[in-house]
Design a protein around this ligand. Structure first.
Ligand SMILES: [Mg+2]
Length: 258
């Protein structure tokens, strides 16, 4: 039996539209005795909301099986004064973090999103405030540094562009809290009490999912859904251990390859 980390966005759904066979695949993986953890770079929803949405798609899971970046941020930044530029929906997840407008010890950048709030989050004024805090010595953190993400209307600009912009302007380097960071994968392995070499990461992102997991010694499977692009995979030096058409194929693939 294996430990399996499952990405969500682009693996089980795109913009809320379920990818066929996802719910059935999870059921079969559980029946086969595999230990599962859902690992997402999502920055737009609280964990309970995300879990509820997955259950509404027929995917059986407990809230506790879902690992999110806002909770990773709360863990890392507890007790610190933080200027947070995040989506409103995840502010409640930042338990123990003191949210401030100035004199921050840390600046936290969340994700981009297609809702109008994003324009407020990444306005010139807000980015200039973040820059000011970084110049005064605050450490830059980001929930993730994804370049873009896949929606049902096509690719959309993600938060990585804003993180890179602040890094450039303030001549600093952000600490990334979600995938592909080491701590994020380490936390997932700890939760499953699993060894990296016996654990599989399944995702649609060649960099954050596959590259990140390989860097931590995990085995990897790329799905041809979500943000998967054949030319990007071909051009990349990152080689997943397996490539499957979709999550629906995973139980069978593992039966053959484990
Ligand atoms: Mg994904």
């Amino acid at each position: 039996m294996a430990a399996i980390l499952l990405d969500i966005d682009g693996v089980f759904h795109v913009s809320g539209d379920p990818i066929a066979g996802g719910a059935d695949a999870v059921r079969r993986l559980r029946e086969a005795g595999h230990r599962l953890r859902f690992v997402t770079n999502n920055t737009t929803r609280a964990r309970a909301t995300l879990a509820e949405e997955l259950r509404a798609m027929g995917i059986p899971l407990d809230d506790e099986e879902l690992q999110t970046t806002p909770r990773a941020a709360a863990h890392t930044l507890a007790g610190q004064r933080v200027l947070a530029m995040t989506m409103h929906a995840i502010v409640g997840e930042l338990e123990g973090v003191e949210l401030v407008g100035e004199d921050a010890e840390a600046v936290l950048i969340g994700g981009a999103d297609e809702t109008p709030e994003t324009n407020l989050v990444f306005s010139y004024m807000n980015l200039a405030r973040a820059f000011h805090e970084l110049e005064a010595g605050a450490q830059l953190y980001s929930l993730h540094k994804n370049r873009w993400w896949q929606t049902k209307h096509g690719p959309l600009l993600d938060a990585g562009a804003f993180v890179a912009g602040l890094e450039y302007a303030a001549d600093t380097e952000a600490i990334v809290l979600g995938k592909p960071s080491r701590q994020y994968f380490e936390a997932a392995l700890q939760a499953l009490d699993a060894e990296a070499g016996m654990t599989w990461m399944v995702g649609d992102d060649i960099e954050a999912d596959i590259g990140g997991a390989q860097g931590h010694g995990l085995k990897t499977i790329l799905v041809r859904t979500g943000k998967f692009r054949p030319d990007e995979v071909e051009a990349s030096r990152i080689r997943p251990d397996g490539i499957i058409s979709s999550i629906a194929q995973l139980p069978e693939w593992l039966e053959e390859h484990l």
